[in-house]
Design a protein around this ligand. Structure first.
Ligand code: GLU
Length: 375
């Protein structure tokens, strides 16, 4: 497999593409529409090949700042940035909807905060929304909800946001389209001997030290440090990440052709995901299941309520639960879609009965396979 094939439709069914402000918006504060049309054409081609794409688009603050005539690219104060984001986001969304629409694709806007992806219940909600949008063939266009996110709860940069989105959507790859063409051994603007690093198998302290802080363009807030932090998050979620130049036309097609950029390969999807689920959180409860459900789980299915025989512990929606087979051994671990009370009400009941029992529309599963690892 060539370097870029890790991100191709055949090996990566869901791909996150992040586009930085300096690529999307020119120094005068206008959308670089021709260039963006090329990106969208690449996305449409990948979509036609069966890949589902989530766009993480920066640019709201830069666009809004011009419209409002704010100094410092709209980043002089948090209030300015929030006003600029509110103003720019509506133009940004319009632009994406129009360009994707010209290829017959539907855009959906998702604005999220750090909290939304850290809080376990909201993480599951976001995750379910991504899954549904992708199954409908829609292209989610994501940005940080800058208008409400205060300093402490901000991502601040869309690089890490993109990696988190990959985690929440189960994406196999993240491409950060940037105004730099990858990670160099030193800052290439200052050191003529700096070399582009093509592949970073292990993200250690020495590699982190190669990154300069700050964004070269002054327009976005990413910079190389944020990109490396994003690589770390993606790695933990089992997703490949690439830093790729956006300073050429059709940058995604160009990357597919020559693989130029810095790639942080994932260690092996399910292994890393398993480590994340197994290591990050302690199980708050236990779901006992029957032999038929245990067999279904081993074949890759989600855990449905009908297969549950007992619920133990006290947990909320989004908490980690251990799933025990009929012999009492834990066979899987995952995030529960229900809290203890509701899980008890629906244990052993068929999917068709759930809406009546719960009094609201049921979730697709008790524990969804996307949020479960076999032990
Ligand atoms: N959310 C910011 C915007 O839309 C961009 C954050 C970043 O620079 O990465 O303008």
């Amino acid at each position: 497999m060539t370097r870029a094939e890790r991100f191709a439709p055949a090996s990566c069914p869901v791909l996150v593409v992040k586009i930085g402000s300096a690529l999307l918006v020119d120094p005068a504060g206008h959308v670089r529409r021709d260039w963006l049309a090329g990106v969208v054409a690449d996305i449409a081609a990948a979509h036609a090949a069966g890949q589902r794409i989530i766009v993480v688009s920066s640019g709201a603050i830069a666009l809004g700042a011009r419209r409002l005539g704010l100094p410092g690219g709209g980043r002089a104060s948090l209030e300015d940035a929030q006003a600029a984001a509110a103003t720019g986001q509506i133009a940004l969304s319009h632009c994406w909807a129009e360009l994707l629409g010209s290829h017959g694709l539907t855009a959906a806007q998702m604005l999220v905060t750090l909290d939304d992806l850290e809080d376990r219940r909201r993480y599951l909600n976001a995750s379910a929304t991504f899954a549904r949008l992708l199954s409908l063939g829609v292209v989610p266009v994501v940005n940080e909800n800058d208008t409400v996110a205060t300093e402490e709860i901000r991502f601040g940069d869309n690089d890490r946001l993109a990696a988190r989105v990959a985690q929440a959507s189960g994406a196999g790859g993240v491409i950060l389209l940037s105004d730099v063409d990858g990670l160099y051994t030193a800052n290439p603007q200052r050191d003529p001997n700096a070399k582009l690093i093509e592949e970073v198998p292990v993200l250690d302290a020495a590699t982190m030290a190669m990154a300069d802080t700050g964004s070269a363009s002054g327009m976005g807030s990413g910079g190389m440090v944020a990109k490396l932090q994003a690589a770390r998050i993606a790695h933990a979620a089992g997703a490949h990440l690439a830093i790729v130049t956006g300073r050429r036309d059709h940058p995604l097609a160009a990357f597919a052709a020559d693989g130029r950029g810095t790639i942080f390969p994932a260690a092996g999807g399910s292994g890393a995901r398993k480590a994340w689920l197994a290591g990050r959180l302690t199980a708050r409860g236990r779901i006992l299941i029957d032999a038929g459900a245990a067999e279904a789980l081993r074949n890759g299915a989600s855990l449905l309520s009908a297969g549950a025989t007992a619920i133990e512990g006290v947990f909320d929606r989004g908490d980690v639960v251990d799933i025990l087979g009929p012999d009492g051994h834990a066979i899987a671990r995952g995030l529960s879609e229900y809290d203890t009370d509701e899980a008890r009400m629906i244990a052993g009941r068929r999917t068709g009965e759930l809406a009546d029992i719960l009094g609201h529309a049921p979730r697709a599963a008790l524990v969804h396979r996307d949020h479960m690892v076999m032990l």
